[in-house]
Design a protein around this ligand. Structure first.
Ligand SMILES: Cc1ncc(COP(=O)(O)O)c(C=O)c1O
Length: 512
């Protein structure tokens, strides 16, 4: 395979190897925050190129150009070698200008999308373009009926007997087991319970109990981490007599900051604002080398990016059930504790549902042997039932397929912002590289709040994050490629007309 990165004025051969008999395939990817257009050439069998590379998904947009540009490797090599310094590649190769993306191109991508039927698993109102599944997932079609059944039949008719007859008591482990498959964990390593904030408290306290405070005095996190993560660390530290220093660093400093002073690190894999994604395997390896532990917050990664907690050496993790997992507002969160740690893991919230025998009503606490020890009080049966429906929306899909679509959606959206709204000063703050981002994009703009309110009123739902970010999330189960086009048309119209300037769009709501 041969991969070239080409911009308007330079050609860089970034990787070269031979695939006998392979033909070149033109796969464009428009990087929108640099004003430079990069193109990736991949010599590969066409289908492999599509499947192996998320970048390839957009290639259908320029299939015609691809035909013109196919040529044998040798000629391409010669052409590359003959390039005079500082002459444009386009001049030399007579490369056509990039194809303008049309709505029809987007509709064609939807027609080819193997996941398009998954949208039917959700109730999405009318013409709404829902780009906020990273904050609150859309309503799965089965949830209302299931909640109704749990309330009327199970609770209403079976009353307290449903704890046994309808297996209410095992809902946290059953739902956790289903979720484990999306996390790359064993079924008995994940349990659904409480909120993410509460679960962070449990894991931080449990992780600190493993360490020696005389040698490790730092709780490490990121300056831009979701506030609750930092608040919980602060509260716990206060409770422990402020024995620790809470050290907050920038995302790029986190790896070097993982050192022998760190008692525990609390890291969001995907940043809630910028969408930046950490390399989990790499940071876990580093933590292991320096003898510390990481508590991962997976709120913006579970259900959005493929996870392999076991394979990547993760020991402790938490995350929200109401975002990409579609569990409903305030859905229970989840906790992951690697099997090897469970037997000695002390849950500081030693409530009766984490006891080895809750209904023995013993006089003193003794933890359950496995992941059940991470429970505290009575499980929220109705909410867990709704969360189960949310997780069931992933049935017969793979996280790899979802990831390919998610990257294609975000690439497309970004390219369309550049194409249609290039004059309106939106700056994408989300990293370009696929391995460094999750499934949402954030655009900085001076009037981000008002613009977002104006497009929300026109049916494009994203959200606003401080200080100046318009955030749009792409849930590949239900977001379509034409949604990207339609959302951008509305954004363009709001910008061209200046509609966002209306007073009403500047009033801050309590929840943004
Ligand atoms: C990264 C992250 N962690 C934690 C939370 C909050 O979790 P909870 O309200 O369930 O405690 C959020 C909410 O958006 C989040 O984005």
């Amino acid at each position: 395979m041969q991969v070239w990165t080409i911009d308007h004025f330079n050609v860089t051969k970034v990787q070269k190897s031979r695939d006998a008999g392979a033909s070149l395939r033109f796969v464009p990817r428009v990087f929108t925050n640099t004003n430079i257009q990069h193109y990736h050439w991949r010599g590969s069998q066409p289908n492999n190129a599509l499947e192996a590379s998320p970048i390839g998904v957009l290639c259908t947009l320029v299939q015609t150009d691809a035909m013109h540009l196919q040529m044998p490797f040798d000629r391409r090599d010669k052409q590359y070698n003959a390039l005079p310094h500082k002459r444009t590649f386009r001049d030399n190769a007579r490369m056509p200008t990039p194809t303008t993306i049309t709505r029809a191109n987007c509709a064609a991508l939807d027609a080819e999308d193997s996941l398009r039927a998954c949208r039917e698993r959700f109730d999405i109102p009318g013409k709404t373009i829902y780009l906020d599944g990273n904050s609150l997932g859309a309503l799965p079609r089965l949830t209302a009926a299931r909640v109704d059944e749990v309330v009327r039949e199970q609770w209403g008719s079976t009353l307290i007997g449903a704890w046994n007859k309808r297996a209410w008591a095992t809902l946290p482990t059953r739902v956790g087991g289903k979720l484990a498959r999306l996390l790359g964990a064993r079924d008995d390593e994940v349990i659904a319970a409480d909120s993410t904030s509460v679960n962070i408290f449990k894991l931080l306290a449990g992780a600190l109990a493993f360490t020696d405070v005389t040698t490790r005095r730092v709780i490490l996190s990121e300056r831009g981490n979701f506030p609750t993560d930092i608040y919980i660390a602060e509260g716990l530290n206060a409770m422990l007599g402020r024995k620790y220093t809470i050290k907050l660093v920038e995302p790029h400093e986190i790896e070097s900051a993982l050192d022998a002073d760190v008692a525990v690190a609390l890291i969001s894999q995907v940043d809630y604002c910028t969408g930046h994604m950490h390399d989990m395997a790499r940071l876990n390896a580093r933590a292991k080398r320096v003898g510390t532990r990481i508590v991962w917050d997976l709120s913006h990664s579970a259900g959005a990016v493929p996870l392999a907690l076991n394979q990547d050496g993760a020991e402790l993790a938490v995350g929200c059930g109401y975002k990409y997992l579609n569990g409903g507002p305030g859905a229970p969160a989840y906790v992951y504790v690697a099997k090897a740690l469970q037997a000695n893991f002390a849950n500081p919230l030693s409530g009766w549902f984490g006891h080895r025998a809750p209904f023995a009503f013993e006089g003193s606490y003794a933890p359950a042997p496995g992941i059940e020890r991470l429970l505290c009080g009575t499980p929220s049966v109705i909410a867990l039932s709704a969360l189960e429906c949310g997780i069931d929306t992933f049935a017969n899909t793979s996280m790899q397929a979802l990831r390919i679509k998610s990257l294609a959606l975000t690439d497309l959206f970004r390219a369309l912002v550049e194409q249609e709204c290039g004059d309106f000063s939106f700056t994408c703050v989300t990293p370009i590289e696929p391995e460094q981002r999750g499934s949402h994009l954030s655009f900085a703009h001076e009037h981000a709040y008002a613009i977002m309110q104006a497009i929300i009123e026109r049916g494009v739902i994203g959200d606003f994050r401080q200080p100046n970010l318009m955030r749009v999330g792409f849930t590949p189960l239900y977001v379509r490629f034409v949604d990207c086009w339609d959302a951008i048309s509305i954004l363009r119209e709001v910008m061209l007309s200046g509609a966002w300037k209306a007073e009403k769009y500047h009033q801050r709501n309590a929840v943004t």
